[in-house]
Design a protein around this ligand. Structure first.
Ligand code: AMP
Length: 221
C-alpha cells in the first residue's frame, strides 16, 4: 500500500505518518528526514541539498526524484510505504506515478492535512526534533512535549529546533512555496478519487493522533 501525506508544514504529517507506519508495518519515507541525515553526515548530497533547504527552497528534482526512487527499492518498502514530504509538485507526482507503475504499484491513499495558518506558524516555532538521525522523533513543546525537557522520550538524545523552523523568513518562504507548488496536488489526487482531507486544529480538538487512529482502523478492517 502506498500512502502519501499531503499538507503544509507543521500540520502534523510526520506524526500521522509515524503512527500509521508503526501499526501497519510499512516504512515512513520522509524526504526532509533523508536530507537532514545527509546534511548532518556532510555527504555530497547533504551539502548540495542544504543550499536550498537553509533558504526554504525546494531541492531540485534531479536530486530528489532519484533519491526517492532508490529508497522505494529497499526491501522494507516491498509491501508499500508512507511518503511524507514527497511529492511536493505536480511534476514530482507524475514522476512518482511512473516509478510506481514500473513496479506494478500505484498511490492508494492521499491524506491531506489542513490546519489554520496561525496555528501552523505556532506549531513550526514550537516543534522540536530528536538529534539522533536514526530516531528522528518529533515533539511540540506546547502540544506534545517530551517527558523530560529537551530530551527524547524514545532514545534519550538531545532535542533541538530545526534550523529552517527558527528562521521566520524561511518559514514564510516554505509556506508560500507550499501554496504555489504543492497545493495543486490536492486537485490532482482529488481527480484520481484517492484524496482524504482532514482538518487538524486545536479549535475543534482534532489532532494528528485522532486521524491516524481512524485511518489505521479502516486499513486494518
Ligand atoms: P520537510 O521536513 O518535509 O519540511 O522538508 C524540509 C526541506 O527539505 C524542505 O523545505 C525542502 O527544502 C526539502 N524537501 C523535502 N522534500 C522535498 C521534495 N519532495 N522536493 C524538494 N525539496 C524537498
Amino acid at each position: 500500500m502506498i500512502i502519501i501525506m499531503l499538507g503544509a508544514q507543521g500540520t502534523g504529517k510526520g506524526t500521522v505518518a509515524g503512527l500509521i507506519s508503526e501499526e501497519i508495518g510499512i516504512p515512513q519515507i520522509s524526504t526532509g528526514d533523508i536530507f537532514r541525515k545527509n546534511i548532518s553526515e556532510k555527504s555530497a548530497l547533504g551539502i548540495e541539498a542544504d543550499k536550498y533547504i537553509s533558504k526554504g527552497n525546494l531541492v531540485p528534482d534531479e536530486i530528489t526524484v532519484p533519491m526517492v526512487d532508490d529508497r522505494l527499492k529497499w526491501e522494507d518498502a516491498k509491501d508499500g510505504a508512507i511518503l511524507d514530504g514527497f511529492p511536493r509538485t505536480i511534476e514530482q507526482a507524475e514522476k512518482l506515478d511512473e516509478i510506481l507503475s514500473k513496479n506494478g504499484k500505484k498511490v492508494d491513499l492521499v491524506i491531506n492535512l489542513v490546519t489554520p495558518k496561525d496555528e501552523i506558524i505556532d506549531r513550526m516555532l514550537t516543534r522540536r526534533v530528536c538529534t539522533n538521525q536514526d530516531c528522528k522523533a518529533t515533539y511540540n513543546i506546547k502540544l506534545h512535549p517530551p517527558k523530560k525537557e529537551g530530551i527524547c522520550d524514545k532514545c534519550g538524545a538531545v532535542l533541538k529546533q530545526r534550523e529552517d523552523d527558527s528562521d521566520p523568513e524561511a518559514i514564510k518562504k516554505r509556506l508560500e512555496i507550499y501554496e504555489e507548488k504543492t497545493s495543486p496536488l490536492v486537485e490532482y489526487y482529488k481527480n484520481k478519487g484517492i484524496l482524504r482531507t482532514e482538518t487538524i486544529s486545536m479549535s475543534i480538538n482534532r489532532m494528528g493522533t485522532d486521524v491516524a487512529k481512524e485511518v489505521i482502523g479502516e486499513i486494518k478492517k
